[in-house]
Design a protein around this ligand. Structure first.
Ligand SMILES: Cc1cc2nc3c(=O)[nH]c(=O)nc-3n(C[C@H](O)[C@H](O)[C@H](O)COP(=O)(O)OP(=O)(O)OC[C@H]3O[C@@H](n4cnc5c(N)ncnc54)[C@H](O)[C@@H]3O)c2cc1C
Length: 417
């Protein structure tokens, strides 16, 4: 994603506060049980209070899903449980310190320190200077990996002593005295029951596809968002934000579908949900087009080369029609000579990544050769309209949602923080 790396003045909570302006948020409600029924979702929180809704969005961290501290009734689908188990959820902790004055170089916003011992590689290896955005002489030390696990076991005073030792090791030789901090605070995300870690990563045995599985909704009633559901930007704030937008549009579509089906007084199966014109509409504004090929992708920003999309190939079918003068009262099988040739356009579809589409563009300059390259070299299967819906309905939803998210990002920005 483009843009500068930056610290938000006053802290990230200012962004969150701006986003939830006017949105009712209930705090101190720890979810214990999520029950999915035919006509809605029941959510039980600590203290036996129950909330009922048509749909629910679950954004708890992967660490909480792994711990099974929330009971899902019925149990989550096997493939989702597999992805939850396979993906890793790592640990990164912070020691935040307020000093009486800035003793470090004011020009820099980060600096690092390497440790010779392997198991201590993550111990206070990076320092963030927040003096320009926090209004005080604030330094934050990061501790990761094995060292972060150890960090949670020691007394915060001992940890602070270690951090100060490292700072003295850096600045002492430069003739700079490190003052004692006025205030300090240590995080313990690993032992916090509402986090149980910091953010996700692809562990050995897992893959990026597990993020997409985590993002799958259950019965169009229970939806999932959060950094661990975003394969393009996992482990980030913007990844979490984008996943929320993605799910908001999925929820809107699901509720619209439900209202429509209620109005029609009959229930449509998922695979038969209204779809007329959706593919046609998508391809009205293709993201890429050459020769007989057009493409639509589910990316939020164009640099996501691995993001899946749909290719459409436009072909003509030559129709052999009987002559108008042919005796229609005669044999309906029309054994007479073909008198007219007409042409009808039809489409074939394929699931491709943006990278494959670009390969196709570069590989050949004739459409026949491109079709051969697509099928033989890239091993892509061509499908008709109905199969595309059967196989690619969730991809089509993702493409629609990504388009909405792109429009959202292109809207005039008047968000005040
Ligand atoms: C030390 C550190 C540094 C980072 N630095 C950066 C950075 O520089 N840039 C960047 O983009 N990202 C950074 N990140 C990552 C970023 O903070 C996360 O990816 C992001 O906050 C994840 O958002 P989320 O909404 O998925 O999860 P969270 O922010 O963890 O939100 C989950 C929410 O669910 C709540 N919850 C949990 N269980 C329950 C329950 N049972 N009932 C009710 N509520 C529950 C929690 O209280 C929490 O509010 C950093 C993370 C850490 C730990």
């Amino acid at each position: 994603m483009g843009g500068d790396h930056c610290f938000l003045a006053g802290g990230n909570s200012r962004l969150v506060q701006a986003l939830c302006d006017g949105v009712p948020v209930l705090y101190e409600k720890t979810v214990k049980r999520i029950e999915l029924g035919e006509d809605g979702v029941s959510i039980s929180v600590e203290g036996d209070q129950v909330f009922k809704a048509d749909m629910a969005l679950c954004t708890v961290p992967l660490g909480v899903l792994k711990s099974r501290s929330i009971v899902f009734e019925p149990e989550l689908p096997e493939r989702k449980l597999g992805a939850i188990q396979r993906l890793g959820f790592g640990l990164l902790n912070k020691v935040a310190m307020v000093f009486p004055y800035v003793f470090w170089d004011e020009e820099i916003d980060t600096f690092g320190c390497l440790n010779k011992e392997r198991s201590k590689r993550g111990e206070f290896f990076l320092f963030y200077s927040y003096h320009t955005v926090s209004g005080g002489a604030v330094l934050i030390a990061l501790v990761a990996g094995e060292a972060a696990l150890e960090f949670e076991k020691v007394d915060p005073a001992v940890a602070l002593h270690k951090v100060l030792g490292i700072l003295k090791g850096i600045y002492g030789p430069k003739g700079v005295t490190v003052p004692d901090p006025i205030q300090s605070s240590c995080t313990r995300w690993g032992s916090d029951p509402l986090c149980l870690g910091s953010y996700s990563h692809i562990r050995v045995g897992s893959s990026g596809a597990d993020y997409d599985i985590l993002a799958e909704s259950v019965n169009d009633r229970l939806f999932f968002a959060g950094e661990a559901t975003n394969s393009a930007y996992p482990a980030t704030m913007h990844g979490a934000l984008l996943s929320g937008l993605r799910e908001a549009s999925k929820i809107l579509r699901a509720s619209e579908g439900r209202v429509n089906s209620d109005q029609k007084k009959y229930a449509l199966q998922k695979s038969l949900q209204p779809r007329n014109g959706v593919l046609e509409d998508l391809f009205m504004e293709p993201d890429l087009e050459f020769g007989r090929f057009s493409f639509v992708f589910s990316y939020i920003t164009p640099d996501e080369q691995q993001t899946a999309g749909l290719a459409r190939i436009t072909l003509e079918k030559r129709l052999l029609l009987p002559s108008k003068n042919h005796n229609k009262k005669g044999d309906q099988k029309c054994q007479g000579p073909v008198a007219e040739v007409d042409q009808e356009v039809f489409h074939l579809y394929a699931i491709v990544s943006q990278e494959q589409a670009n390969q196709l563009l570069m590989a050949r300059d004739d459409d026949k050769g491109r079709v051969a390259f697509l099928c033989k070299d890239l091993g892509v299967k061509l499908m008709g309209y109905d199969s595309t819906w059967e196989v690619g309905s969730s991809l089509i939803s993702s493409i629609l949602n990504a388009r909405k998210a792109r429009r959202w990002f292109q809207r005039p920005k008047n968000l005040k923080i």
